[in-house]
Ligand binder design. Sequence first.
Ligand code: ADP
Ligand code: MG
Length: 332
Amino acid sequence: MTKRLLALVLAFLLLTGCAGRPDWQETEFFAMDTVMKLRLYGTEEPTEVFGTVIRGISALENVLSVTKEESSVARLNRGEAVTPSEDLRILLEKSIALSERTDGCLDPTIYPLVKLWGFTTGEYRVPEETEVQNALKIIGSQYISFENDMISLKNGTQLDFGAVAKGYAAEVCAKMIREAGCSGILTLGGNIQTVGEKPDGSDWRVGITDPEQPDESIAALSLQGSHAVVTSGGYQRYFEENGVRYSHIIDPATGYPAQTGLSSVTIVADSGFLADGLSTALYVMGLEAATEFWRDSDDFEMVLITQEGEIHVSEGLSSRFSCEKEYQVIEK
Ligand code: ADP
Ligand code: MG
């Protein structure tokens, strides 16, 4: 065999894995309005774990969905009082706390505004100013009432966990994967959750989407252990009218889609709920307020990309971040 041929064969073996079989098993399924992917390491018999995770997500969806008529959230939104499941109660409490912590930039009662702009149906429109002002009157966690173990919504406000449900689901599933003795990586739309270590000890590689070309990555993170990596971006869902882009992330202070000069926010945190909630909230805050918020916190790291294409990375991530473009490190 010539040296060149030998080198080619070796390269092929390295690429495909010497045993010709990967050390992971993967499944793909559709839930929460998005394609989900679960790759498991450390098991030859993944079917049971796949089943547990898919059932877990489906159970959460049956409680949290705004569109499934019999979900607790849909019933609350119709004005009924509901006895919350454990997950709904936790999610409500966590969402109200995060809403306070972010000065209302994340708001679980945003649904009347999301509907007004047509993001629930895809029938997008720019509403009249008076419609926005009327919807704003019923937005706010103070309209969520807890009484005798029951929850209800006052003044016609409505819940929307769209900003946190996938992150929370990823967190719940991470626990299931850990309990099954596996490691793995779960992709729920733009939410990534790594669980444990790969058997060969190598890093998890997580790409960050290029907001200008959403089919491509602009940067990558190399991570060890369990992390949630969540990106919120105006490019994920939006419509345009008269040259203005209106995105699905709404500023609860104005009632209008957030336009703060950011095109995406990626959060890395231990908790999927926190990463998902903050990715939405910091998108609403914009570069300066998000930077201040990060400086005052110690439970997450972030990558902010501006509409001008600037990339800002918080210092706790910088050694794990690779990018061919120029970027700035935000220091404490
Ligand atoms: P995605 O769900 O597309 O990954 P996000 O996590 O940023 O993106 O969540 C956006 C969704 O959250 C919107 O589609 C809407 O349902 C809801 N939402 C929009 N603005 C807010 C807000 N300020 N606070 C809470 N939820 C919001
Ligand atoms: Mg979010």
